[in-house]
Design a protein around this ligand. Sequence first.
Ligand SMILES: Nc1ncnc2c1ncn2[C@@H]1O[C@H](COP(=O)(O)OP(=O)(O)OP(=O)(O)O)[C@@H](O)[C@H]1O
Length: 739
Amino acid sequence: MTTPNDEHTPSGHTPDDDELQAMFDRPAADLTVRSAGLLNQSTVTADEDNSLTGEVIDAPTAPEAEATPRAPRVVEHRGDHEALTILPEWAKSPEVFLGAVRRESAFLASWVGHHGIRLPFVYLPRFLARAGLGFGLCVRDLARWVTDAENKTTRAALMLGVKGTAEWKTLRKEHADGVRARLGGLAAAGFTSGVAGVTLYTYTGPDGLTAAAIATGTAALTAFGVVGTRHAATPIAETHKSDVPKLTVDVVTDALLTLGLGSMGEAKRGNAEIKVLRIFPTTGGVEIHIDLPPGATAADVIERKDRLASALRRPEDTVWPEGNPKAHPSRLNLFIADKGLSERDVAQWKYRNKGTVNVFEPFVIGEDQRGRHVSTNLMYNNGIVGGLPGMGKTFLLRVLLLGAALDPRTELHIHELKGTGDLMPFAPIAHVCNAGDDPEDLQALRADLLAVKAEMRRRARIIRELPRDVAAESKVTDELAAVGNPYGFKPLLFVIDESQLAFTDGDYGDEITAAVEDITRRGRALGIMMWLATQRPNKDAIPTGISALLSLRMCLRVGDQTTNDMVLGTSMYKAGHRATIFSQEDKGIALLAGEKSDPQLVRGAFIDGSMADKIVERARAIREAKGLLTGQAAGEEPADLDHSTVLDHLLAVWPENDPEWANGKIWSDELAARLAEHKPTLYAGWDAAQVNAATKRHGVTAKNVKHGTGANNVRKGLVRAEVVKAAGDVIELPNPTDD
Ligand SMILES: Nc1ncnc2c1ncn2[C@@H]1O[C@H](COP(=O)(O)OP(=O)(O)OP(=O)(O)O)[C@@H](O)[C@H]1O
């Protein structure tokens, strides 16, 4: 049976879309008739002689049709039709409308200001000079008219031919008469003006004459000015020609063509198309939706953002290409901002006057290039803020800390090693708040890290023993961390500003590094978040073991590709995510990686010291009311207790991938030597037996360890995995971001 899908017909008649649609809509029987009708138009007849004999199985209702070119199949897909815009963008959003009004008013004001200031000092003197020129030109032309200078050459030629004759005399007389007549005319005009002046004076007095003189003088001056300006052929006022081409379909298309992506070469030859779907004003700029030609993707354009900005003749921080994966990979949404990011007003924080935050959910930290809110989620993440000095790391950290402060459960541990006290406004609510990088500050940091590690082990032990229906995912959830929970679980945010000073410290660096790595690795599931900020993001400033564990990354202005990728992650620069494009003025502007599939731009909310104080005051009031102030904020002495054990010290001197002891086992006498060097006050003079005895108390017994060849190559030693297990009370927790 013929079905509606048999679009080709033997007659060569290709049903058009309407016919096909009608066939789809028709009942089956009708369709058979219709298709038979179509087939009957065939000129092909069955060849009787060649017909097969025998039983006919599933006989066709019509002879096999001759192949004809297939018409395009009609497939309805809702997504093919974009909803039409009912109201223009400016009518829907007062913000957009006001933005346009503001833009135009600003332009008008600048125009008036620009020309207003030039009018008396530049334009008027220039006009007077042109009037002088015009007067000179008029006097010259008048003189030429009176003396009939225009015909001088003709006259001379004529007179030369008749020199000495009566005709010569006649010509000379005619010329003299003409000049006299014109002089007479001039004198008459002068006399008439004089009479008019006297008459005016008689009837109106000196005032009338003065007014008339001024009017005439002004008119004459204007006329002379116009004549002079015409002659000079340049305008009096400066015409300000913008370097920036207007955003038209052609300008956008030509700019995209310069990128030479996919089949853009074909588009240049007119065989493929860059389709500009819409250009419309939006908050802070203009939005353009484009379908790129086949093979060119929005991601390709994003990678070449600098070249696109160059082709559009605009600063790079005003050109923001974005993909629209919901449409297709070649759909490009291009936002052209009115102003570069640093020129815009500072971003105000959503919670500056009211509101609380839940650190288990995203909260607003700033805005993007279009003025849209950008949020981030602190819980189950560790993070880093990196960038050149003075670009806004501490301000960004401050926003994160204020968010955490507004979740009254969150315990804050703040160590600002720069020592300027930028984060001290948090002291009234922080469990620990310290500023400086003196030995006692680093000691305090170490003690705090060890205390948090101990807390981490405590939480791990509890979580492990909680029934499945209470801790289904073996992690601290919003519910388990609720105020008044019996487990003592609460979100804990640990912040180290200028962390490179801690990691590279000769005395405490190794220990701090090991503790931060441990907390970063295991703390997330247990409600502990670690944030680092550094102005020198290299492998010393963020040891590789820690760097790999940082899931949220904020990169302010950096100087080069290596630093960019150090903060944002490998290959980010190559993929077009470049914090190197930010200028010195782009303070507080960062690329945020880890929150969405692609890094996004964020301009951190601007919160100065006094605003921070007010927010902290609010946060303290909430905490006080709920009895949630702890540590230093509650007036307790800072924890100076050293919670560390010999196991922690062993791990500090025994890296996971020890190049000399590759199989995770090591002789105890080697460990004794390392401990003595690391902490001479505690371990100077220790031997292998003392190390073994000390670890035995923690359940780690020495084994026979073979190392190298030759005599005495088997000695008592330890297995690192056993030390790690005993030190960390390690339990396997699921990766909290994998759910
Ligand atoms: N979001 C922002 N919006 C506008 N200006 C900002 C923003 N963040 C920071 N700034 C400006 O940048 C200056 C430097 O900020 P901040 O002290 O946070 O820099 P930093 O990177 O921590 O400096 P350093 O490396 O010296 O510690 C601030 O004084 C402020 O004026």
